[in-house]
Design a protein around this ligand. Structure first.
Ligand SMILES: NC(=O)c1ccc[n+]([C@@H]2O[C@H](COP(=O)([O-])OP(=O)(O)OC[C@H]3O[C@@H](n4cnc5c(N)ncnc54)[C@H](O)[C@@H]3O)[C@@H](O)[C@H]2O)c1
Length: 363
């Protein structure tokens, strides 16, 4: 996809703005995509990744920014959806100069887009980006930032899982349930602790030796299995995908033993239609962007001066939001993924429309 291909994609998906940025001296090539600013400035992280082609980079920026708009809307944030990608291998090209050049492009948008961390970018990177722009979150605590967002991401996933348990088994607890976590990374580890504290049994897998060693040494109560296929075909009540996207596909859904799916990973549905397959099998799938919004709630709180307690209180609301979505899905006879999209679209339209009520002191 060249620039013209991207323009076609824009028309199909309805993005507001896509900016291509280049600084030849540092090797920076970035794409900043803004899906919507109906609810406020667009917020979403910066993914630094060695895409195979420009087309892949553009597609990711467009898909991820759209998903952020829905996530921020359903989380009740007064923020729109955006995302940026830096095209290149962070191990090879990430330098202070490149990050600062990127920061200047973010600044040039005048606050229409706020950035944060994502795959390939970390809190210290955002501290560098912040030298050039005010429109950055996810900085380190020493610089007034919110630190590691996986803390509230996992907490929010746990809240959403409690709401799903209530719908499925009548009580908002995972006590006595067997929960399978695929991916014991930042989110998976925190989630495992919440579940163990709640009285659940935890079964888990990871491809990384260090993650397995962490479980053996610090959480020996976790039962470890060889891989994700072994996890999803074992006797589990809940499946929590906490690794990469696409966990729910035509191969995994037919063999899944769990009756509830709620996890931290983004983009869990491999393609449209999987939500129907899950429903046909009687599996309650709680949409990923609803339950994993704790991280964006945490970074969004930084914009007005970070308070962990306030952010945690808002992330607790993921329990109520999930309940509301599950109730709407049941009432309208649609999968929860469809109900969540409808609620997010409704909020973007209804609250976004308010700017048509003209105020004398605002443009
Ligand atoms: N960190 C956040 O605040 C946040 C917020 C929203 C969504 N997410 C999403 O949650 C997921 C996890 O994020 P994270 O921050 O914990 O990342 P992470 O990189 O710390 O953890 C991912 C873990 O998954 C493991 N993994 C990779 N492939 C696997 C496989 N095939 N089978 C089993 N394990 C595998 C990795 O070894 C790693 O331990 C990602 O999809 C991320 O996009 C994270």
């Amino acid at each position: 996809m060249g620039v013209f291909g991207a323009a076609d994609h824009l028309e199909t998906n309805g993005h507001e703005q896509v900016v291509f940025c280049q600084d030849k001296a540092t090797g920076l090539r970035a794409i900043i995509a803004i899906y919507s600013t109906a609810l406020g400035p667009a917020l979403g992280g910066t993914r630094f990744f060695p895409y195979a082609s420009e087309a892949d980079a553009v597609r990711d920026a467009l898909d991820l920014s759209r998903a952020m708009a829905y996530k921020n809307a359903i989380a009740g944030l007064d923020l729109g959806g955006g995302k940026a990608v830096i095209w290149g291998d962070p191990q090879k090209i990430k330098t202070e100069g490149l990050l600062r050049a990127y920061g200047r492009f973010v600044e040039s948008l005048g606050g229409r887009y706020y950035t944060a961390c994502d795959v390939g970018t970390y809190t210290p990177d955002m501290d560098i980006v912040a030298k050039e722009t005010r429109f950055v979150t996810g900085r380190s605590v020493e610089y007034g930032g919110c630190g590691d967002s996986s803390v509230l991401t996992a907490f929010g996933v746990f809240q959403g899982m409690r709401a799903a348990a209530e719908q499925m088994w009548g009580a908002p607890t995972l006590d006595g349930r067997r929960v399978g976590i695929a991916g014991l990374g930042k989110v998976g580890k925190h989630l495992a602790r919440h579940l163990l504290d709640d009285g659940a049994e935890v079964v888990a897998t990871d491809v990384n030796e260090a993650a397995i060693a962490w479980a053996r040494e610090t959480c020996p109560q976790i039962t470890l299995v060889a891989d994700t296929p072994a996890l999803i075909t074992s006797e589990i009540d809940v499946y929590a995908p906490c690794a990469l996207g696409g966990a729910l596909d035509d191969d995994s859904v037919p063999v899944l033993r769990a009756t509830v799916v709620a996890g931290g990973a983004n983009n869990q549905l491999a393609h449209p239609g999987i939500e129907k397959l899950l429903e046909e099998r009687g599996i309650l799938y709680v949409p990923d962007y609803v339950v994993n919004a704790g991280g964006v709630i945490q970074v969004a709180d930084e914009i007005n001066g970070f308070s962990f307690e306030r952010a945690k209180m808002r992330a607790t609301g993921i329990y109520d939001t999930t309940r509301q979505i599950l109730q709407l899905a049941a009432a309208e006879g649609v999968p929860p993924a469809v109900a969540a999209d409808r609620l997010a679209e409704h909020r973007m339209a209804e609250i976004g429309r308010l700017s048509t009520i003209r105020l004398p002191h605002r443009p």
